[in-house]
Structure formats: C-alpha cells, structure tokens
Design a protein around this ligand. Structure first.
Ligand code: NAD
Length: 298
C-alpha cells in the first residue's frame, strides 16, 4: 500500500523540514506538536523553507503554493493521526519523552498506521514494545537541511516486518531522498558511525598538539578530495554537540585525552560563545571561512 496521509510529530529543527519535504512531494501532511503556540512558530519556519526550496532547488511559486495547501496543523494527537498511513516522530531526544509519546500514540492511532522514529542516537528496539505494534515500527533518520543533505537511513529492529521496511524505503525515495537501508541496528547508523570517529580523531590530534586545526583540515581535504575537513564539519554540526559527546565520553571512560578535549572546547569555544557557523565563529569565521578560500590548499 502506498502512503497518502503523513503525520509528523514534533515541529522542531527536523520535524518541520520533514513535513515540508513530504508535502512538497505530494503527500497530505499533518504537523502535530504539544500546543498551538508551538505550531504557530512552526508555520513561520515554513516560510523560510519555501525560500530555501526556491533558492536551492529552483522550486516554482505554484509548487510552493500547493505544498502549503497540503500542510495542516493539529495539537490534538487523536485527530492528528486519525487518517495517518505513516507517522514520523521527531520529538526531543529523550527516552522518557519518547516512551510516554508512544504509549499515548499506541492508544489512539489507527491499526494501519506505520510509525518511524527520526532519533539520532536511540535504537528502535528501545521503543518497539511501547508502540504497541512492533512489526510496524522502525527508524527513518534524516539529516539537518534535508532538502540539500538528502540522506534517509532506514533501520529496523529485529521484529520489524520486511514489507513495512520496503514501504518506508519507497516512501523515502518518493520524497526525494537517497534511501540508505541498514541490515541491522547500529547506534549512530552509518553516517555517525563514520563521522564521530573522524571528528574525535581530529580533536585528539589537536589537543595532543600534533598539528593545528587548519593543517589537520588541509591534510584531510588534499588527501581525500573532501570539500570540508573535520574542523570545518565541527563548525557546521555545532561545537556544543561535539562538547556534549566528548563530555559523556570523558565521564564514561576517564580517558585523559577526552578530559583534555572537554576542557579545551570549554575554554576556547563554549565560554566564548564561539559555537560554529550558527554564531558566526568557531574554528573558522563566517560567512567566508578560510578553508573555502582558493589559497587554502596551497
Ligand atoms: P527539537 O527540540 O528542535 O524539536 C522537538 C519538537 O518536539 C519541539 O517542537 C517540541 O515542542 C516537540 N515536542 C516535545 N514533546 C513532544 C510530544 N510529547 N509530542 C509532540 N511533540 C513534542 O528537536 P530536533 O532537533 O528536531 O530533534 C528531533 C528528533 O530528530 C530527535 O530524536 C533527534 O535525535 C532527531 N534528529 C535531529 C537532527 C538535528 O540535526 N537536529 C538530525 C537528525 C535527527
């Protein structure tokens, strides 16, 4: 069965992007969040999305107008899912909040509705039973700025039905994503299983005073042809996220290099509000970071 009606739960950073992307590609989308005030804020962000789609994807005014026509908003969970073929959950990365959401959802969603979580760090098996329909539950993981970084990692838990998995792969393709199926559960999916060790190796080199950030980036860019090095990526991801990941790691392992990294990031970046692209400065200054200059790789 093809999906027609989609519900997106959570209209934060990722939720409104997924909603707009699905509506742009012809689905009827209901955006659900905890109250109407939050949903009003989301509506304002959809105007920014329309500008980004026009600029980056050359979307026409007609396409954008029909995208808005297909979006509706509802802060009542029962009516928000009443017709849903597919629900994508993009609520905070907090297991207690997700569990209580799935318990409520299980009571009110129609039998047909398939559920997917967009969680970045939690595994679908952690919530499968809470959904009341483990066979119809899996992870569908998008990246920030999904219209440009159009990865969709699809990851089931051991009890996910194979047909459901395929339906979600097809849905992802139908909204312009590159569908990336995983055969097993993996914390961090593919993208963060690759990215986190790379970024961590880069900060290790820096705090161990092996080389400076620009030289490390230059090495990676020249050697692999990548357009951005690990410190450029850290600025895009946001230094707060790197700081939090290292802090959890340092507390769990007592690794002296991680402890040094936490102190380094705090002193040079967090305390100075140099948090990366979002604040205009991190390892580089924006909008024209040095690594994008034609002379950088010389
Ligand atoms: P966010 O904090 O920006 O947004 C969360 C939204 O959920 C808010 O609008 C909030 O009002 C709403 N919410 C809170 N409790 C709710 C409930 N019980 N029911 C419905 N809505 C509720 O979070 P985000 O960055 O969009 O992340 C959402 C999910 O997407 C997380 O699981 C995160 O791991 C994942 N994710 C985030 C990114 C990213 O770059 N931000 C990338 C990929 C995946």
């Amino acid at each position: 069965m093809d999906f027609k009606n989609i519900t997106i739960a959570g209209s934060g950073v990722l939720g409104y992007q997924i909603a707009f992307q699905a509506a742009f590609h012809g689905y009827d989308v209901t955006v659900y969040d905890i109250n109407d005030e939050v949903l009003d804020k989301a509506k304002a962000k959809f105007d920014l999305m329309a500008k980004a789609f026009a600029h980056d994807l050359h979307a026409s005014q007609e396409q954008l107008a029909s995208t808005f026509d297909r979006l509706s908003y509802d802060s009542n969970l029962t009516s928000a899912v009443a017709n849903a073929d597919f629900l994508i959950e993009a609520i905070p990365e907090n297991p207690a909040i997700k569990i209580s959401f799935y318990n409520e959802l299980a009571k009110v969603a129609p039998v047909k509705t398939i559920f997917a979580t967009n969680s970045s760090t939690l595994l679908p098996s952690q919530f499968a039973e809470e959904t009341g329909r483990p066979k119809q539950f899996l992870a569908l993981h998008f990246a920030n700025e999904i219209w440009k970084h159009n990865t969709a990692e699809i990851m089931g838990h051991p009890g996910t039905d194979k047909t459901v998995f395929e339906q979600v792969v097809n849905f992802a393709k139908s909204i312009g994503m590159v569908a990336l199926p995983l055969h097993k559960e993996q914390p961090g999916y593919i993208v963060n299983s690759l990215l986190v060790p790379l970024l961590s190796a880069a900060t290790d080199l820096l705090v161990n005073e092996i080389a400076d950030a620009e030289t490390i980036d230059k090495t990676w860019m020249v050697a692999t042809g990548a357009p951005t090095g690990p410190f450029g990526i850290l600025d895009i991801v946001g230094i707060t996220t790197a700081y939090n990941i290292n802090k959890i790691n340092a507390e769990a392992t007592n690794d002296p290099v991680k402890i040094k990294t936490v102190a380094y990031l705090k002193e040079h970046f967090i305390d100075k509000n140099k948090l990366g692209v979002a604040t205009g400065e991190g390892f580089y200054t924006y909008p024209n970071p040095a690594y994008q200059s034609p002379d950088f790789l010389k």
